[in-house]
Design a protein around this ligand. Sequence first.
Ligand SMILES: *[C@@H]1O[C@H](CO)[C@@H](O)[C@H](O)[C@H]1NC(C)=O
Ligand SMILES: *[C@@H]1O[C@H](CO)[C@@H](O)[C@H](O)[C@H]1NC(C)=O
Ligand SMILES: *[C@@H]1O[C@H](CO)[C@@H](O)[C@H](O)[C@H]1NC(C)=O
Ligand SMILES: *[C@@H]1O[C@H](CO)[C@@H](O)[C@H](O)[C@H]1NC(C)=O
Length: 491
Amino acid sequence: MGTVKLWFALLMAVSVQVLCKRELVTTPPLPILPIPTSAQLKWQQRELIMFLHFGMNTFTDSEWGTGHEKPSLFNPTGLDPHQWVDVASMVGVSLVILTAKHHDGFCLWPSQYTEHSVKNSPWKNGNGDVVEELVDAAKARGIDVGLYLSPWDRHDKRYGLELQYNEYYLAQLQELLNRYGSVQEIWFDGAKGSNAPNMSYYFGDWFSMVKELQGSINIFSDAGPDVRWVGNEKGFAGNTCWSTINRTSLKIGDESIVGYLNMGDSRGTDWVPPECDVSIRTGWFWHKSQEPKPLKQLLEIYYNSVGRNCLLLLNVPPNSTGLISHDDIRRLGEFRRAIDTIFSTNLAEGSISKASSQRGGKNGGFGPEKALDEDHLWSYWAPNEKAHDEHWIEIIGTGKGFRFNVVRIQEAIGLGQRIKRHEIYADENQVATGTTIGYKRLHRLEKGTVQARRVRIRITKSRGWPLISSIGLHFDPYWEPKVAKQNETVR
Ligand SMILES: *[C@@H]1O[C@H](CO)[C@@H](O)[C@H](O)[C@H]1NC(C)=O
Ligand SMILES: *[C@@H]1O[C@H](CO)[C@@H](O)[C@H](O)[C@H]1NC(C)=O
Ligand SMILES: *[C@@H]1O[C@H](CO)[C@@H](O)[C@H](O)[C@H]1NC(C)=O
Ligand SMILES: *[C@@H]1O[C@H](CO)[C@@H](O)[C@H](O)[C@H]1NC(C)=O
């Protein structure tokens, strides 16, 4: 009896060990700093967010109000933030940012620190609050809210008196961040007229207060700290675009840094990814005379922002009724359908994949098939730690192979942005080259549609081992490349 028990115990111990052994997998590689915070990671995955420029300018047909406008001019007859968030939701937007106060100083919420607000307007007899209505509507739709509070204020008498104005501004920040629940992004800019009084903003105090009141918020400004401006208002990031910069050397509102912001810095010590702000119309505010941009232009913007490691902050201005105009809604619907048409099918899905090497060998958990699954963040292909020459990953089709004109590549940015240079081959032909990848890189093939059995991505330069989390082959029916010259041979 005793011997049987002993044998049984031994058998159990051995099988437990065998089972445990089987469960052990190769550890992930170390990150390469800097890496994103969890709020930045969440932000990056939004891809498309929406700006709502609405306020006094909507009623005066201007872009920069003077600050002398009478509150009686603010009178939307059918304001309905539920419609705004319905539109946002239709376009696939998860965060909307409202101009709580623009340069003219008029506040869309009843601030207790000024008379220049909705409380002295005819709208809802002065009992309305646009910020509150938006927050409630967004909450009901499961959409997050961000706020813009213009530092430049052309109305308030305290502007130009450094201490008083900074206190006023900070007081309004506290109102906004204490009263309306969770705010996911706050937007600061250095915009200012050339003859505005010279005065310093206490960004240090402002940023610290914001973080104190809203733990998971992202602060946007020219230079972060969490999200940076892309350096233009066209919606275009640099062809090379790093999420990293050296933040402390930058001054908010400094014109000379726009190129640096546009491309980032491969040696940057801070993770401050760029956001591309652009309006669906010419102006930021609604004007009767303006129309939404054509679909082609919106797609161009999408490829040059989302397709270059950025977030697209698309402005859609509500009109003077207080609603988003039909023309904009129609265009946004076309835009969403186009993106879905192009990207909802990954032609590489279910294909065989191969790579130059893989971390931990065959069962290490970092094989090339990881670049074809649904997880675009934490499941990735990693080369073998002993591989020091060139790295590549390849997708192999069956039959005639793939017919595509867009290649999507994503890096596992949770472990840092690494890739510096890459090349794409369709069978033996090089069809695209590029520098950075980051969270998402989209290549529309300049020579148009390609048919190939094998698609190989070569990483020719990177900081440490490249980690690729996703690869997609797509077909974009809207893409018309410039016709290649007759005598030009494929390189
Ligand atoms: C503005 O004031 C700062 C000091 O607060 C000064 O360094 C700067 O030169 C001034 N700029 C102009 C344009 O006067
Ligand atoms: C950013 O900082 C790093 C580390 O100090 C440095 O190597 C790099 O040259 C800096 N970038 C620029 C543009 O100065
Ligand atoms: C604003 O847009 C709505 C459609 O959502 C439209 O019914 C209304 O007439 C527009 N207002 C103006 C002033 O154009
Ligand atoms: C195409 O042909 C023209 C004229 O024969 C020549 O000048 C040009 O360099 C050629 N282009 C290429 C890319 O071969």
